[in-house]
Design a protein around this ligand. Structure first.
Ligand code: GDP
Length: 304
């Protein structure tokens, strides 16, 4: 329901364009496909992924000899769900903590303003609702506001927040957070980082150092590196994903702010380009607006 509402703009935009594209036509022909291609690209699906989808529909039209425009919606549905399925997270619930990893450590990366802190707060709330103990690490030591905001979330949801003074080495905060997590018997540790993209080498060095130092506390940590992207920025989000996936091993993606934008198609392109599961989507500012990504639900909300 939240998802349907959150994707309203994308859906509305897509439908009005699609109905124009097929108006007065009964068969999916080259012209319809050309129009569809343009619609998908302008919905931020991305050029390569769009071409892949068009090719799949073309192949189907060839095989079945004839595809009606009335069937187009259902076919789009199936083809896109198929594309997303190739990269779906195993954790369909999205908020499950592996029993054998305690604490389960998540490092959260992404550019400032994309919704990192909010996503961390919402995630913490989900785990706490399952009676899990959560520790948050404020390793974005470059912005006082980021630390304050994380503390506010900590208070709101009931999670301990580990922070040090401004401009301390982020890796030392990350180290402490994992350590506090172990000592206090926490189930989940979530570490926030600064999203400074101004210099790729710096970003890479910074993230490598954080990971190296965290690994000194327990082997195999972080268990998850979650990249947060702002879906409303469309292709900018894709560009950021390119930078971050080059700088470090990203294992999961969260796409935020899908409410209030018509660029929801970007999730399809991101999933297809990076082959990293989109695990969460944000469709609003409250806790209930962070959702585990489910391909079927998503496609159904997107295309009605
Ligand atoms: P950070 O700088 O990456 O930590 O970003 P913040 O977590 O501070 O988020 C920036 C703004 O985006 C805040 O006003 C959040 O409330 C808002 N925000 C985050 N996620 C969502 C979302 O899914 N939908 C909407 N509408 N706003 C969001």
């Amino acid at each position: 329901e939240n998802l349907d509402k959150g994707l309203e703009k994308t859906r509305g935009d897509f439908f009005s364009k699609l109905s124009k594209a097929v108006a007065g036509k009964s068969k999916v022909d080259d012209e319809v496909l050309d129009n569809l291609e343009e619609i998908l690209v302008t919905s931020d699906v991305g050029v390569d992924t769009t071409l892949k989808i068009i090719e799949r529909i073309e192949a189907r039209a060839e095989r079945d000899k004839y595809v009606t425009t009335a069937d187009l919606n259902r076919i789009l549905h199936e083809e896109i769900a198929g594309l997303l399925a190739e990269n779906q997270s195993d954790d369909v619930n999205g908020f499950t903590v592996p029993e054998d990893k305690k604490p389960y450590v998540i490092l959260v990366v992404g550019v400032n303003g994309v919704g990192k802190t909010t996503t961390i707060g919402k995630l913490a709330a989900k785990y706490i609702a399952q009676n899990k103990k959560v520790v948050l690490g404020a390793a974005d030591t470059f912005r006082a506001a980021a630390v304050d905001q994380l503390k506010m979330w900590g208070e709101r949801v009931g999670a301990e927040v580990v922070s040090k003074g401004m401009n301390t080495d982020p890796s030392s905060v990350a180290f402490d957070a994992v350590k506090v997590g172990i000592d206090s018997g926490a189930d989940v540790v979530i570490v926030d980082t600064a999203g400074r993209l101004h210099n790729k080498v710096n970003l890479m060095n910074e993230l490598s150092k954080i990971r190296r130092v965290m690994e000194k506390v327990i082997d195999g940590v972080p268990h998850e590196v979650l990249l947060v992207l702002d879906g409303s920025t469309g292709q900018n989000a894709v560009e950021q994903a390119r930078h971050f996936t080059k700088a470090t091993d990203v294992t999961a993606i969260a796409v935020t702010k899908l409410d209030g934008t018509a660029k929801g198609g970007v999730v399809i392109g991101i999933s297809d380009e990076f082959k990293i599961p989109v695990k969460y989507i944000g469709v609003g500012e409250s806790v209930d607006h962070l959702q585990a990504f489910n391909k079927m639900e998503f496609v159904e909300s997107l295309f009605g």
